[in-house]
Design a protein. Structure first.
Length: 94
């Protein structure tokens, strides 16, 4: 029986436009899982350039990678800083 070779899938490779990013984050926020939201922000930051986003957010690149990993647990202030650095706004809707 032939073995199937798999490769890791990286969402950051597919986030090419602002519309891609918005749709991705809308879906993640609709899910509501805080860990998934943090990881998705990490995907977006990597797509845009983690070093650039870390600098714009006033955070260390390594600590930002860790905070926005699937195992990370960033503070809400960190999430807001990253969103601002990405040019995103958090809105509330009914």
């Amino acid at each position: 029986m032939a073995k199937t070779k798999t490769i890791p899938w990286d969402a950051a490779e597919y986030l090419e436009t602002d519309e891609d990013i918005v749709r991705y984050l809308e879906a993640v926020f609709d899910d509501g899982d805080p860990a998934l939201i943090a990881a998705a922000l990490g995907d977006v930051a990597r797509a845009k350039g983690m070093s650039q986003i870390a600098q714009a957010a006033g955070l260390g690149r390594e600590s930002l990678y860790k905070a926005l990993s699937p195992e990370g647990n960033p503070e809400f202030a960190t999430v807001l800083k990253v969103m601002r650095a990405l040019g995103l706004k958090l809105k509330v809707a009914v």
